[in-house]
Design a protein around this ligand. Structure first.
Ligand code: 4NP
Length: 152
């Protein structure tokens, strides 16, 4: 799960997908990273922590880290929260970039529509609730898509 700062959107995506995967009995490891490194080592934004907690998910132990080209060796799937993040991933990864592993996150729920998760950073709390709702919908689709792929 990749966004810019790894403090607002992708920590929510990590927490929500990990929670849904556990509940669905899927054995997958979910992690998140950011492409800009401005907040490396910091916990998620306090409003991401608050909104997640209100929805029964604790993301307070996460720490922001920079996305690296090595993540292409470590992970099977890489999800970008928005188009600028996808471009950053390409620049950071160079010859390690593997387009088969990368998707715009919301394309899991809305294939081919290239929708983006709006960045709530520096906005009001309502933006974090909206982000939680949008991210939850896509995480639900990811879990369902994994289950379908296991059945076939
Ligand atoms: P995020 O939000 O990418 O959802 O974590 C941002 C947080 C910080 C910055 C940009 C986006 N920043 O430029 O510091």
């Amino acid at each position: 799960m990749v966004c810019l700062g790894n403090i607002c959107r992708s920590p929510l995506a990590e927490g929500i997908l990990q929670d849904m995967a556990w509940k669905a009995g899927l054995n997958c490891t979910v992690e998140s990273a950011g492409t800009n490194g401005y907040h490396t080592g910091e916990p998620p934004h306090h409003l991401s922590i608050k909104v997640a907690r209100e929805n029964g998910i604790d993301i307070s132990n996460q720490r922001s880290r920079l996305f690296t080209a090595g993540d292409f060796e470590q992970y099977d799937r890489i999800y970008a929260m928005a188009m600028d993040v996808l471009e950053d991933i390409k620049h950071i990864s160079r010859n390690k970039f593997d387009e088969k592993k990368v998707s715009l996150f919301l394309n899991e729920q809305f294939p081919g529509e290239d929708r983006e998760v709006p960045d709530p950073w520096s906005g009001p709390e309502s933006g974090y609730h909206k982000a939680f709702e949008i991210i939850s919908g896509a995480c639900d689709s990811i879990v369902k898509n994994i289950q379908l792929s296991k059945e076939s």
